[in-house]
Design a binder for this molecule. Sequence first.
Ligand code: ASN
Length: 481
Amino acid sequence: MVIKRLKPIWAALAVLIALLAVGTKADAAKPNYVISTDATYAPFDFQDKNNQYVGIDMDILKEVAKRNNFTYTLKPMSFNAAAQMVANGQADGIIAGMMINDSRKEVYDVSDPYYQSGVAWITKPNSSIKSLNDLKGKKVALKTGTAAAAYGASLKDQYGFDIKYFNDTDTMYNDVVNGNTDATFEDYPVIQYAIKNGVKLQVRNADNLGKAGGVGFFVKKGQNAQLLDQFNKSLEEMKKDGTYNKIIDKYLNSSQKNFVGNASDNKTTLGILKSNSHAFMSGLWQTAELSVAGIVLASLFGLILGVMGIAQSKLIRGISTTIIYIFRGLPLMVLAFFIYIGLPGVLGMKIPAFTAGILTLILNEGAYTGAFVRGGFEAVDAGQMEAARSLGLTHRQATWKVIVPQGLKITVPSFVNQFIITLKDTSILSAIGILELTQTGTLIVARNSQGFRVWAIIAVIYLIVITLLSWFSNWLKKKIA
Ligand code: ASN
């Protein structure tokens, strides 16, 4: 009955989702590998002033691809998510200043090392903490999933400190600089580069690094042997013909300013806006795309759930209630990780980040919408249904012609509210590497360390967009009412 009526809506939804999934097909001629990376990990991986991914890893990867005639799609995100992408087959390989160790060899196949590293422990320069023994009762910042974090955590009981976890290196450094945590552990070349470029921290064990070892390129165990082989061969060639040294020299013997741009650009809000205008615009565009698609599709899905919630059949009502219960109950980020990182491993197919993001919004925001739409329908006076039925309308006709129009009017303010929530929730999708406004902010702060100014700009952009959306929604509200 009601379900039959909804068939076209289901079909439209399926077509839209299918459309979102296209555009990721590989070029048939050359192999195209999906390579994940840490979005903010200078000097290995970071964005330059033109929003290009640069760094030792990026240059090596580019060169390997050129020499072996393959292309690749780069997936920059937090290190932990990037590593999981490879472990569950979403990405073919990861290059992210990643240390080679035995536990990783159980999950991945690893290239020859292309750089030597080791774990440093770090405090503020004037800190009273001078040895690991001074960490008793203190707080230590670690980055989730990293070799440095594993090393730091292994010392926790011995030295009696507490741990606070972060997703990216810059936020972790900031926490120590601001005095919220007392120390941190990070790979030596990475902290060395940050200090050279003005981060106010000090390494405490430069000549006694923990877990010294090589940094390598990783693929999922038992897969992509050819890619790994090509990487190793090209690396060897590059070491012989001088390309490797040139790359190392480019990043380690020059200051980050070469990549970040004119230092004075970063001292004023206007300068930051100007020098990053392209990044802000493309972040805004992604946020807008996610919001519009999320709002339209989640509203449709919510409408379907709402109508199902007042169906005659107990089963259909039960399905609606269960879907609402599950997807309203799950935190948005958990759902996004489940769809983007968890599902592909089970389904054996890759899900593009944008599609995963939209699906997350449809399910989560749609569940909220479904709940208030059903409430709106239930709020329509029971006499309306009875009157319609006594006039000879079937239950289905009465639902669509009498209850739905009246119920929807009641829910208009809730819809407006939900539109704004959906727009704000798109920021959570930065966690799966979608380069929307929030992730754009993270990347810009990672290269210019201007947290206050950059986040103020991002906040103002969100407020402007939300104001525009509110105006539009109010206009729509007047039209409908
Ligand atoms: N250096 C880290 C590790 O080996 C990776 C990273 O933080 N990008 O675990």
